[in-house]
Design a protein around this ligand. Structure first.
Ligand code: GLU
Length: 486
């Protein structure tokens, strides 16, 4: 029996949540559930320059939408609250003091101008050793103040020793090595810790047993391992998930890819379960003995870090479209209707009346088979929700018409006036008899003008079913109105 693990996802609220936050949450949550442990959400808001106030709520909303729910977090509390770093500033202070006292950290008064110059000089000289030159190390405030490039408010830097370990054990990758770190700032001039200090202190205090994060943090890990050592703490197990990549292998970025934004998926009309499975399959093989679309429970049951890929997975939205279609087809008419209504409530693009929802319930099965995104539902069904005398005709409808069209419409109108039961089989039978048999017109040419009359377009959901949903009165009104235009 594995011991219950505690894992966390720790997004920084710097804008629209990144799709990587959901990807990390999924794998962290899976292992927490597998071991009967906990999954924690921690908000890492120490970078005040990049802080975006709405971002935190968006993190909550998108992750809840994906049902990647946490056991402890800023919105639900927990034994180690607060779970938001800006609320924990007092917590970090003693750790900084301890490092200053032991000589593992030092004050640095170098101004940003001096640091910039230093960087430029190093670059120009193509220096082999770059980074901070330790001008402040070992100096008192007075000693340093006598030198140029002094700033009143110091930062605190960690003193990286020559024998810093540059290798660590990764539960996905095995032994990993990373470049030598610089004397990293751990406490900023504004009194906020940097990510590097805060992440170590919080993971320790919150009892995190496994730190699972993106590959981009590998280069920071030696600093973190060193901080654990300096503070006399045991580091948690570490795992670095492969980075999500575009088909051209470049990193998924919010600047370049709309799909890097988690809210984008919701706006487009993807189902949360499709996105979850998509993210899972990016870094993990299909659950054995099953199709690609196993349940989250099956994924959790067989979960094993050894199965996680280390190669950057390709973010192929065609695969997501396929999955979305698959999940859409597996919904009942009621469920699909609910999802469509929810989708439009989210985007604000449509607020159907109770009557329209009823109509949608009847129409959803007609479009279900070919629906890829929930956002395609309204364009496909718009004709049902448009008043009879406001149906607009597409520009290309003439392709469905010829000299026989007026006769086709006349025959159809008469037949539909008399059809005894208003259901799609009776409607179809009556129309075939009147137009195909009666006028000797091939089905394609017979039904094209009727489709245009009823829906305004040459392409639509199945015609007879659509007529059934519209009802006799509405169907006839539309056909008569169209007949007058011919
Ligand atoms: N705040 C970091 C981020 O936004 C978290 C990195 C980590 O998980 O340690 O990605």
């Amino acid at each position: 029996m594995t011991t219950p693990a505690r894992l966390r996802v720790a997004p920084s609220p710097t804008g629209d949540p990144h799709v990587g936050t959901a990807y990390m949450s999924l794998f962290n949550l899976a292992y927490a559930r597998k071991t009967g442990g906990q999954f924690v959400l921690r908000i890492e808001d120490t970078d005040r320059q990049r802080y975006v106030p709405e971002s935190e709520q968006q993190v909550f909303d998108t992750l809840h939408w994906l049902e990647l729910d946490w056991d402890e977090g800023p919105d639900v509390g927990g034994p180690y609250a607060p779970d938001r770093q800006s609320g924990r500033l007092e917590t970090y202070r003693p750790f900084v003091e301890q490092l200053l006292e032991s000589g593992d950290a030092y004050y640095c008064w170098c101004s940003s101008e001096r640091l910039k110059e230093l960087r430029e000089q190093q670059q120009a000289a193509k220096a082999s050793v770059t980074g901070y030159d330790r001008l402040c190390h070992g100096k008192t405030r007075e000693e340093r103040a006598a030198l140029p490039g002094f700033s009143e408010n110091p930062v605190v830097r960690m003193l990286v020793p020559d024998d810093v370990s540059l290798e660590f054990e990764d539960i996905i990758r095995g032994r990993v090595s990373a470049p030598r770190p610089d004397d990293q700032v751990i406490l900023k001039a504004d009194g906020f810790p940097t990510y590097h200090l805060a992440v170590v202190v919080d993971d320790h205090l919150m009892g995190i047993t496994h730190v699972v994060r993106g590959e981009e943090w590998i280069s920071s890990t030696p600093k973190h391992v060193l901080l654990y050592r300096m503070l006399g703490l045991n580091p948690p197990a570490l795992a670095h998930m492969p980075l999500l990549r575009n088909t051209d292998k470049s990193k998924i970025s919010k600047r370049k890819n709309p799909a890097a934004r988690l809210t984008w998926f919701r706006e487009q009309g993807y189902l949360p379960e499709a996105l979850r499975t998509f993210l899972q399959l990016l870094a993990y093989p299909p659950v054995e003995g099953d199709t690609e679309v196993a349940t989250f429970e099956d994924f959790v049951e067989g979960f094993d870090w050894a199965k996680v890929n280390t190669v950057g997975p390709i973010f192929d939205l065609k695969k997501l479209d396929w999955l979305n279609g698959h999940y859409i087809r597996s919904l009942s008419a009621e469920q699909l209707t609910d999802r469509i209504v929810e989708h439009y409530a989210y985007t604000g693009a449509w607020t159907p009346s109770a009557e329209q929802v009823e109509l949608l319930l009847g129409a959803a099965p007609l479009i279900q088979e070919r629906l890829v995104l929930l956002s395609e539902a309204l364009p496909k069904l718009q004709f049902l929700f448009t008043p009879d005398d406001e149906i607009e005709f597409a520009d290309d409808i003439s392709k469905a018409l010829n000299n026989d069209s007026p006769a086709v419409l006349d025959a159809a109108i008469t037949a539909l006036e008399d059809v005894s039961a208003w259901d799609s089989p009776s409607i179809e039978a009556a129309l075939r008899e009147a137009v195909v048999d009666g006028l000797g017109i091939k089905p394609k040419l017979a039904f094209g003008p009727l489709r245009v009359g009823v829906t305004g377009s040459r392409v639509s959901p199945p015609l007879f079913e659509s007529m059934e949903l519209l009802g006799r009165e509405s169907t006839l009104a539309r056909l008569r109105r169209f007949r007058e235009t011919l």
